[in-house]
Ligand binder design. Structure first.
Ligand SMILES: [Zn+2]
Length: 512
């Protein structure tokens, strides 16, 4: 295997390519925190116009699977002839260890390693240990800072990290277990390459994936429901990152139960529980209690968060629940007889809390209420609004009645009224009252430029006959019965008046 290698801050440097091993080495299963690594291109084929499928002899790019989206990142071809004095990779200490498993650098980077062994850690859920062990807390802080810095600077920082390079757009696992990296540019087979993951994306996915385990484990423990589905929705462009994670619990949950799930999930996060993964032997597996979501090739991989969850899973997870940061169940709905929960973790959860808090504060300010009493203030406002709307409706009816009653009508056949004032929307009531002053009453209410809503009413004649004439002449729509017809039409007031009088006289003349 690898004779010279070194591991620093999640960056794996290799001095020897393992070209004889035809099986891709899945570095992500060896150490999920490798964010830069060297590899050799084993094949590259054009699969469609400007789309290439690239395989490497080893990869830390996780292919989509088990509900976890694929990694993205960059691949850069290394110079064929290293500079005198050797590249960074060649400076590894002689007698170096297996790259990922046990190098001192890897252990230091882990940072948490010492805590489980400390009795105080077990007793205090991981917190006490840091305070009572001299230097313990400092070590953890340093690690968190290193993670954070490494996370954002992956493409720029890191010794010899691939600035630029060819973008890895997607990664999939082929049927034969090979891991295929999709790019827009070809890479020469046999080339030595340096690869870098989009670490911010990966660590966020691992935080959410681990958070999902904790939530599903708590639901399973409290209510006996299993996880019937799990989805990570990713944004693009400016909204890149996790949009939301949905978890489908197999049974109904109410708001109180969901709040309890969230509380216990965050307790598990704060406890800083180590997350372990292993592929137990079948005999060992038979005696284990674990949730099972998805099968994967090459045996069953059990991901264990002691006291919180044990689940068969092929995805990637953070080392400690503490790294999940925060679990927020943002919404839920009934789904296929169970419950679909929407959740966010870590910084996404903080952002969601921040945005919602800002919105609630703004609402409270508008209502001159405290955020805690804003809902009551909104309810009162809606009540008052409904009462006001009812009063306005009554007032409009009264205005309509008064206007109709005070209408002066000269013509005996038709009472014709044009109004622009929307204060009386009830033109049918208006026409009904006006119809007592002539054989037929027609009321037109302006409804945009050259457009009118109309109501035609009559106590003794066929109002719908006039409506038909109006519709025909003015591209109108609508109709009704003999006593009342309503519709819309388009035309000038002058033309409409002329036609309405002529038609009304005809209707009255014919039938009187
Ligand atoms: Zn998982």
């Amino acid at each position: 295997m690898l004779s010279l290698a070194r591991m620093e801050k999640g960056i794996l440097f290799l001095s020897e390519a393992n070209a004889t091993d035809m099986t891709v080495r899945k570095l992500y299963y060896e150490n999920a925190y490798i964010r830069e690594f060297d590899a050799t291109v084993t094949s590259c084929r054009e699969i469609s116009d400007s789309r290439f499928a690239v395989t490497l002899d080893r990869t830390a790019f996780y292919p989509e699977g088990g509900g976890q989206p694929a990694d993205t990142g960059v691949i850069r071809v290394l110079d064929a002839s290293p500079a005198p004095g050797g590249s960074a990779a060649n400076q590894a200490s002689p007698g170096g260890h297996g790259a990922n498993e046990s190098t001192p650098a890897a252990a230091a980077n882990d940072g948490y390693g010492a805590n489980p062994a400390t009795p105080a850690a077990a007793a205090n859920g991981g917190y006490g240990a840091n305070e009572s062990t001299p230097g313990g807390y400092g070590a953890n802080q340093a690690t968190l800072a290193a993670d954070a810095n490494g996370g954002y600077a992956v493409n720029e920082a890191g010794p010899g990290g691939p600035a630029g390079g060819i973008a890895v757009l997607d990664v999939r696992e082929g049927g034969d277990g090979e891991v295929v990296h999709f790019t827009r540019e070809p890479l020469p087979a046999g080339a030595a390459v340096r690869c870098a993951l989009n670490w911010e994306r990966r660590i966020e996915l691992m935080r959410h994936h681990t958070g999902e385990h904790i939530v599903s484990g708590v639901i399973n423990r409290l209510y006996g429901y299993h996880n019937a589905g799990f989805h990570m929705s990713m944004g693009a462009g400016a909204n890149a990152g996790v949009n939301f994670v949905s978890v489908d619990a197999s049974g109904p949950l109410d708001g109180e139960q969901i709040a309890e799930v969230e509380r216990l999930a965050n307790d598990a996060v704060r406890a800083g529980i180590p997350v372990a993964s292993a592929c137990p032997a079948p005999s060992e597996l038979a005696g284990m209690a674990y949730r099972s979501k998805k099968e994967f090739s090459g045996g069953v991989r059990i991901v264990t968060i002691p006291g919180a969850d044990a689940c068969a899973c092929c995805g990637l997870h953070v080392r400690r629940t503490l790294e999940v940061g925060l679990v927020r169940i943002t919404a839920w709905e009934r789904y296929k007889g169970g419950t679909r929960l929407y959740m966010l973790c870590g910084r996404r959860a903080e952002e969601d809390y921040g945005a919602k808090n800002a919105a609630l504060r703004e609402i409270a300010e508008l209502l001159s209420a405290r955020p805690e009493t804003a809902a009551g203030a909104v309810r009162r406002l809606l009540d008052e609004n409904a009462k006001a709307a009812y009063a306005i409706g009554r007032a409009k009816t009264e205005i309509t009645r008064l206007r109709a009653e005070n209408l002066r009508v000269e013509d005996t056949a038709l009472a014709c009224v044009f109004e622009e004032d929307g204060d009386f929307a009830d033109i049918a009531l208006y026409a009904g009252i006006a119809a007592e002053k002539a054989e037929i009453a027609a009321v037109f209410l302006k409804n945009g430029e050259g457009k009118y809503r109309y109501a035609v009413a009559s106590k003794s004649k066929d109002a719908s006959a006039l409506a038909k004439e109006l519709n025909r002449a003015f591209s109108g729509k609508g109709g009704g019965k003999s006593a009342l017809a309503q519709g819309t039409l388009t035309g000038s007031e002058e033309d409409i008046r002329r036609l309405a009088y002529a038609a009304a006289n005809e209707i009255c003349g014919e039938r009187s």
